[in-house]
Design a binder for this molecule. Structure first.
Ligand code: JHZ
Length: 392
């Protein structure tokens, strides 16, 4: 594993502070990112125990954005039509944004964060509030195997990756498929979106790395969709190697070609990415310092986990950003970790009250710009760091 990026000392990204926590010293860990030259896997080097991150107080709810609600609805329709599963399983079912599109007896959720699992349980969906592993796989599918396993933005969060895939392979029926959706390393590199790295994102996958990981488990990718969600994600369709029911799409080759062309198999690519990240930090700091000198009022939009990395790495705190707007009830009234910026209940942007808005949720830029069209028309401005720091 070769280290290529150092994002400094960081607090836990989703550990929002209560007012009474503000005076306490926060626990921080070093956020470093490395590249495994053997299996092409990019991962953070110091991991935090899962119980510290994914527990009964988990604040992220997938259904907070209209974009994601629509995506999950469209996807569930498409999967039901294409694969006709009699039983489906979602690993990381969050607040049920995906499983709610299925009939209750046809879907099972797995969600270790109890506050979220309770939401789907009370709606009548079978939900295991446990971490995904072989023990749980056996409990769920000892007797009846699963036709479709779906997991979005979850597998990249789990450390013991080989066991995770072995457990998935165990639950799958012979014709069963796994659909995996996670941020794309290629898009992360192209967008200099270094904020995809934080404690929860243990891995940012490429097609190249997944092929290497799946191979010894007897699994293979047979199709890939490139998505716009979360700043550029890939949806991988995976099957057992001995399942010849599905042909391997030319899109798999195409993705391999694109990744190799960009150099995702070479350490030199990651070293040059690290240089771009340093430049991005300097330029974002310059923008903030210039605006603050001019006494401009800056707020943030979308108190994301990603923001934690950017704010702490670029020394942007409550002295520079007045507050963040967010729609998530679990976050409102609390403070962003490290930067200690207050999170307020979302209100429509008003150019008379705010000069500049830092886009914490840059991945929802289109949705946000649509919502705030009046603010933009009246001259309100946004600050973003993706793909390079600028005012828009
Ligand atoms: P969003 C989380 O990351 C954590 P984050 C996790 N590790 C992961 O992988 C991804 O999700 C999937 C708010 N918002 O999705 C809602 C508004 O307030 O970019 C959310 O707090 N108004 C599991 O946190 C945040 O922004 C809006 O109009 O980086 C978005 O968070 C919109 C659109 C969003 O994920």
């Amino acid at each position: 594993m070769k280290k290529f990026l150092d994002l400094g000392k960081q607090p836990l990204a989703n550990s929002y502070l209560r007012k009474i926590d503000l005076r306490k010293k926060e626990k921080k860990f070093s956020l470093e990112v490395g590249f495994d030259t053997k299996n092409y896997l990019v991962s953070i080097l110091n991991t935090v125990p899962k119980e510290k991150m994914f527990n009964k107080d988990y604040p992220y709810k997938s259904s907070e954005s209209a974009t994601m609600r629509n995506e999950f609805k469209k996807l569930s329709k498409k999967l039901k039509k294409r694969f006709k599963p009699s039983v489906s399983l979602e690993i990381g079912s969050n607040d049920g944004v995906f499983i709610k599109n299925f009939k209750k007896k046809e879907v099972i959720g797995v969600e270790p964060c109890k506050n979220l699992a309770n939401i789907t349980k009370t709606k009548g969906y079978k939900t295991y509030s446990e971490y995904w592993d072989m023990k749980l796989a056996k409990k769920i599918a000892e007797k009846k195997k699963i036709d479709l396993v779906y997991s979005a933005n979850t597998i990249s969060h789990i450390k013991n990756i080989s066991e995770i895939f072995r457990a998935i392979s165990f639950v799958l029926s012979d014709k069963g498929i796994l659909i995996l959706e996670d941020p794309s390393l290629l898009e992360c590199m192209k967008n200099v979106a270094y904020d995809q790295f934080y404690c929860e994102h243990i891995y940012v996958f490429s097609t190249l790395s997944l092929i290497k990981i799946l191979e010894p488990i007897g699994l293979e990718i047979f199709d890939i969709e490139n998505l716009k969600t979360h700043g550029g994600s890939n949806r991988y369709y995976i099957k057992k190697k001995k399942n010849f029911y599905y042909k391997i799409s030319s899109r798999v080759k195409l993705n391999i070609y694109k990744e190799k062309k960009y150099g995702l198999h070479k350490i030199s690519t990651y070293k040059s990415f690290a240089k771009k990240v340093k430049k991005s930090k300097i330029n974002l700091e310059k923008i903030f310092n210039k605006l603050i000198k001019k006494n401009k009022k800056i707020i943030g939009y979308g108190a994301t986990a990603k923001s934690c990395t950017v704010l702490n790495y670029c020394n942007i705190d409550h002295k520079k950003i007045n507050f963040f707007y967010d729609t998530t009830s679990y976050k409102i009234g609390n403070y962003l970790p490290g930067s200690k910026i207050e999170i307020k209940k979302y209100e429509k942007l008003d150019e008379k009250k705010v000069d500049y808005v830092f886009l914490g949720a840059w991945n929802f830029k289109e949705e946000i710009f649509k919502k705030e069209d009046l603010f933009i028309k009246k001259g309100g401005k946004f600050i973003t760091h993706v793909p390079f720091p600028r005012i828009i």
